[in-house]
Design a protein around this ligand. Structure first.
Ligand code: HEM
Length: 519
């Protein structure tokens, strides 16, 4: 485009090109010669043969049928032959690195004129740097990999490692010591859960749900047991490899037999006669990133209960892909362990204490899932707000219909109340010790996750109604809505099903009821 000299044309000149064999249209002050393109047009040639379109301004018609990104594609940019004299393009879509100007497109702390008690200058710096990085490095890979189903490009993983993003996703702590975070915009000492929330939301903002999990979700849930319960040897070898993006790990607990019911797990680990090794036999199902993991944090039945053991990919370990509703990019695997021999030093925590090892990370894992689930919900609301203002029906924008506005009212209210609750809980995490978090926050985080995913599913359903057929179509105007609606159940299942998590919250509340309280 840059090398092409564009003519400056008047609207009268463009109007001369109003026949099927000489056909120009104006879209947002740019003039497109569609004479030859019309026969290749995915919407058909016939749609152009309208007197009100040929040689005329087609901006409004175009935007009621296409996403702006269509015009950004090089093959369509080539159709531009000129611009309208003394007029400037006004329409934009997503501007890389910038904040969204759509109301509710950003949380209030990033919205002009609003305030928040939680975010400081280092949070703002990190958000800015993360947005630029995610738009430039992650976003294009997310779209391409969600589509072709391949694992995330290693170049992306490497660039994330250079910025210490893998390390930041593990939350605040001593693993950050000495690292330069995001080029130095935040120090390891000041890094808190709000910084982590920002990292997590910015890398999921592309809305490609399978890719969001593909991008090392396995590390976030699979590495903590090693960091917290592994031997010095394991920790010093595995943690640097994984946080530098050279190796991949996943958490392997759930099974076809037992879902996440750890008491019912069938995978067994028995000791060799000399007591030096475990022999592991069994299967695991729905293991995120399992297809490309080098390491597995495996829940096993042992003589004295449930034990978590670190296993390296090798003899006897086999991974097979599971087809799920989202893209194979996430590497969701069915794993078989057949006489897999591992040293007893790979035991994570004391034997038989597997439930404690797992529980110790559940809060962080679920909180992290809340952050991602909410940012994609926000994208869904943003898409709806754009659609209802640009799409006309019965001569008026969809937003003129009270029923449509009522759906948006519900979406916005749900989204913002979940965000406020998430920030409240994040604030508690920043001010509680790990032990206090375990004591006070398991219930509230369970309830929050239930609320976010219920809200997300309701919003996805309403969004499909607002988008109509486009909400169930994989390409075109409603493609994010289709993807969101198809994949929002992942949020409601991973890390604990909605009802289970809600129940956890209520049970904790009942336990804490004062014995002498009466109506
Ligand atoms: C430079 C101008 C245009 C380009 C590059 C273009 C390109 C495309 C593309 C790529 C699609 C496939 C769907 C998508 O990805 O969104 C499409 C569909 C379509 N286009 Fe165009 N188009 C242009 C102008 C127009 C105009 C002026 C009309 C006016 C009636 C039109 C009507 C349609 C229709 C009806 C569809 C099918 C939409 C659907 O399935 O929902 N196009 N166009």
């Amino acid at each position: 485009m840059a090398s092409k000299q564009l003519k400056e044309l008047s609207r009268e000149e463009v109007a001369q090109h109003n026949k099927p064999d000489d056909l120009w249209v104006i879209i947002d002050t740019k003039v497109y010669d569609v004479t030859r393109f019309k026969n290749l047009h995915p919407g058909g040639a016939v749609v152009f043969f309208d007197e009100e379109l040929m040689g005329q301004d087609a901006t409004e018609t175009f935007y009621s049928l296409h996403r702006h990104e269509v015009l950004e594609k090089p093959q369509y940019q080539r159709l531009v032959i000129g611009t309208i004299k003394d007029e400037k393009p006004e329409i934009f879509s997503r501007i890389p690195s910038e904040l969204s100007k759509i109301p509710y497109g950003e949380p209030t702390w990033l919205t002009e004129g609003f305030h928040s008690p939680f975010y400081k200058e280092s949070h703002k710096r990190l958000q800015k740097a993360m947005r630029a990085f995610a738009d430039e490095v992650i976003y294009p890979d997310a779209v391409a990999r969600e589509e072709d189903g391949k694992r995330p490009s290693l170049s992306v993983i490497d660039k994330m490692a250079a910025m210490e993003i893998h390390a930041m996703r593990m939350g605040p702590g001593k693993h950050l010591k000495g690292r330069t975070l995001m080029g130095g915009v935040v120090t390891p000492e000041e890094f808190d859960y709000f910084h982590e929330l920002i990292v997590s939301q910015e890398i999921c903002r592309h809305g490609q749900r399978g890719y969001a999990d593909a991008l090392n979700a396995g590390v976030v849930i699979g590495l903590p047991p090693i960091m917290n319960f592994g031997s010095d040897e394991l920790r010093s070898r595995i943690v640097p490899e994984v946080l530098s993006g050279k190796k991949f790990i996943s958490l392997a607990i759930s099974e076809a037999f037992a879902g996440s019911d750890v008491q019912g797990l069938m995978t067994s680990a028995t000791k060799t006669e000399d007591g030096k090794h475990w022999i592991i036999n069994g299967t695991k199902k729905w293991i995120t990133n399992g297809m490309f993991s080098d390491y597995f944090t495996v829940g096993c039945r042992t003589d004295n209960g449930f034990t978590v053991i670190f296993v390296e990919r090798g003899e006897g370990v086999e991974t097979k892909p599971i087809k799920t509703a989202y893209s194979p990019t996430a590497g969701t695997a069915y794993i078989t362990f057949e006489n897999v021999k591992v040293p007893v030093e790979n035991t994570l925590g004391p034997e038989g204490s597997g439930v404690f090892v797992m529980l110790s990370n559940f809060n962080h894992e679920r909180w992290m899932m809340c952050t991602g689930a909410l940012v994609t919900q926000r994208l869904c609301v943003e898409e709806c707000l754009k659609w209802v203002t640009q799409r006309k029906a019965f001569g008026k924008p969809l937003s003129a219909q009270a029923v449509v506005r009522s759906k948006l009212a519900g979406m916005i209210a749900r989204l913002e109340s979940c965000q406020a609750w998430l920030e409240n809980i994040t604030h508690q995490m920043c001010n509680m010790s790990y032990k206090e978090q375990a004591k006070y926050l398991a219930g509230p985080i369970g309830l929050l996750k239930m609320q976010i995913t219920r809200s997300g599913q309701e919003t996805a359903r309403d969004a499909v109604q607002v988008f109509g057929g486009r909400g169930i179509t994989k390409t075109g105007m409603g493609k994010y809505i289709e993807l969101y609606h198809r994949t929002v159940p992942f949020d409601s299942i991973l890390g604990g099903a909605e009802d289970v998590l809600g129940d956890l919250g209520v049970r904790q509340a009942i336990r804490n009821m004062p014995k002498n309280a009466r109506l």
